[in-house]
Ligand binder design. Sequence first.
Ligand SMILES: [Zn+2]
Ligand SMILES: [Zn+2]
Length: 180
Amino acid sequence: MLVDIKELRERNEPLFIETDFGDQELKLRSHIMALQRPVRSELRVSLSGGQVLVVGEVQADLQVVCCRCLKPFPHRIRKGFEVEYWPDPALEAEGEEFGLTYTDLVIGFYRKDRLDVSAVISEQIVLEMPMKPVCQEACKGLCDQCGADLNEGNCNCQRRSVDPRLAVLLDVKKRLSKEK
Ligand SMILES: [Zn+2]
Ligand SMILES: [Zn+2]
């Protein structure tokens, strides 16, 4: 979904957008997350000089994969945000395909007088994603030997509680003390 900045300038008043975004538009699909339902968003897009100010709210219900036990679990995002977009002169000159590039959280760039609203929303969702999502803090994960889900009970594998590199050292130490 694109906002034409030239049109916005001619209009001379803020644009209110209330839309739902599906998987296709947001391109969030990855092995660790999927949408449970379309993402709701409410945005106010306004201009001040060449800068575009987007103030909005996002409501997303995701299905995220736990990085320990690999089971999907629901992850809910409710957030308000405010981002300023500046025309990107370097990219304008190159005449590349429009898109957004970010230098930090609050300032982005738009190209060719177009702001891609779906990209704005995708970025806000990605920013809210935990680096290592876990279904619960206490998730025990999978056994690194047989792959059993340790949340459902213990398996019969021997726990390797000691780091193998440390085990070698402990062994050497044991032998040394015996030699004395
Ligand atoms: Zn888990
Ligand atoms: Zn096991």
